[in-house]
Design a protein around this ligand. Structure first.
Ligand code: GAL
Length: 443
């Protein structure tokens, strides 16, 4: 029989063995943990580098030839800085479809890294906490002293910089085909009386005076230029920015609506809803002699090989000389689970740099957002747009049709009211004025 001492010693030895084992395990575990920590610490920077090197997902509605050429300019500049971008290009001029796609991606918890969000939609998305602040980039790149004040104000919300501006489009642009005008000895019209004279001569030659589309956003784009010329910049701001509902019942609005209806019927054919590029194609092919559209149409014509000094020209829509009805394209960086901050900031930095600004805007048809640019190398339309926007005495007014002035719902309600007025010939202008007055009524 084993003595108490033996069993104590035995037990002690066992305890020691277990303690040693435990110690070994602890050390092993510690070693394993340290190994894990080490590999993770080595792995995280690799992952971050990998994540940063991954292309940025960029959602926008630039799908036409000119728009795609401009996007390629951005691609090329960004690649030089090691930034790659994957296009999520949603067709549909004016961006209504793109905004819908963006909404659904965000709801599915899969927002893109970057999105074309412009004007008032920017602040809406920022209020939802989805937009990444760019103050660090703005300070580093000295945006406040170099960008146009109107642009800096547009991308700053409650002291936070919420987007990178790309270019300023001029909506109140009348394009004309130089070959047709030279052949018929015509001059681009500066007022509506001259426009009527030119249109009369063109119709007499069997040429459609004005390329047209019945798409609601295109109708709204034409209308806001006519309205600006009819009522002037101050009244325009009352109507569109301050949304003074009663002002929509004034005679100036009736004149602008009557002018709009006259323009739609000027070709004597049955207008159709078609892409803006189809209307621009009419101008290029001389089946129509003029078009009222934002100057993205210039980017398109140039992408088709037309030369703004030889083949087509542009002037301000009659009655809007020295006025700039603007729409500024901007890119917002969306906060997503991918944590792409460094790459998103780099994108914001590159797209606002002078060389990229020139290359992008030359192709896009818009003009640089920087007030310190030398635009001598741009075409005459661009130089005119930029200098009118830059001139202290000019009237710079925000486009409603392109989200610079009111929320999405108001923009759409106004476009619908105008469209309804045009496709209902028996609707008197006064009835449309009442619809517009309620459409803009501030909530
Ligand atoms: C505008 C946009 C422009 C141009 C246009 C036609 O809303 O700001 O960049 O693309 O739509 O699609």
């Amino acid at each position: 029989m084993q003595s108490a001492t033996d069993s104590f010693l035995e037990c002690n030895a066992q305890g020691l063995r277990q303690a040693k084992e435990l110690e070994m395990n602890r050390r092993n575990a510690h070693r394993q943990v340290m190994k894990l920590v080490l590999s993770v610490s080595l792995w995280v920077p690799c992952w971050t580098a990998l994540a940063q090197a991954m292309p940025l997902d960029v959602l926008h509605w630039w799908t036409s030839a000119g728009e795609q050429l401009a996007v390629e300019q951005l691609h090329a500049s960004l690649l030089l800085s090691g930034v790659r971008w994957t296009d999520v290009a949603v067709p549909g001029g004016g961006g209504m479809a793109a905004v819908k796609v963006l909404k659904s991606r965000v709801l599915m918890g899969d927002p893109p890294d970057v999105a074309q969000l412009i004007g008032t939609t920017l602040t809406d998305w920022n209020d939802m906490g989805l937009v990444m602040p760019l103050n660090a980039v703005a300070n580093r790149q000295r945006w406040a002293p170099t960008l146009f004040p109107t642009v800096m104000k547009l991308v700053t919300y409650k002291g936070v910089v919420i987007a990178a501006p790309l270019g300023i489009h001029r909506i109140n642009t009348l394009f004309y085909n130089r070959h047709v005008f030279t052949r018929l000895g015509l001059l681009p019209p500066a007022n509506w009386e001259e426009f009527e004279g030119v249109a009369h001569k063109l119709s007499a030659q069997g040429i459609k005076p004005l390329a047209w589309s019945d798409e609601a956003w295109q109708i709204a784009t034409v209308f806001e230029s006519i309205l600006l010329g009819e009522v002037g910049p101050e009244r325009y701001r009352e109507l569109i920015v301050n949304r003074k509902s009663s002002a929509w019942l004034e005679p100036g609005i009736e004149k602008a609506l009557t002018r709009l209806r006259w323009l739609r019927n000027i070709n004597g054919d049955t207008p159709k809803e078609r892409a803006w590029t189809d209307a621009t194609r009419d101008l290029a092919s001389e089946s129509a002699a003029m078009q009222i559209m934002g100057d993205w149409a210039k980017g398109e014509l140039m992408a088709w090989g037309a030369n703004p000094e030889k083949d087509f020209g542009c002037v301000a829509v009659p009655g809007t000389q020295q006025m700039h009805l603007y729409s500024v394209d901007t890119l917002a960086m969306l906060s997503s689970k991918n944590k792409r901050t460094a790459t998103q900031e780099k994108l914001a930095e590159v797209v606002t740099s002078s060389p990229t600004q020139l290359a992008y805007n030359r192709a896009k048809g818009s003009v640089p957002v920087r007030a310190d640019m030398d635009v001598a190398s741009l075409d005459s339309c661009a130089r005119d747009s930029w200098s009118v926007f830059a001139a202290p005495g000019s009237a710079r007014v925000p486009s409603l049709a392109h989200r610079m002035a009111a929320d999405e719902a108001t923009k759409d309600a106004v476009a619908q009211a105008l469209w309804r007025f045009l496709i209902t010939p028996q609707m008197p202008a006064k009835a449309a004025q009442r619809r517009l007055a309620s459409a803009v009524r501030a909530p």
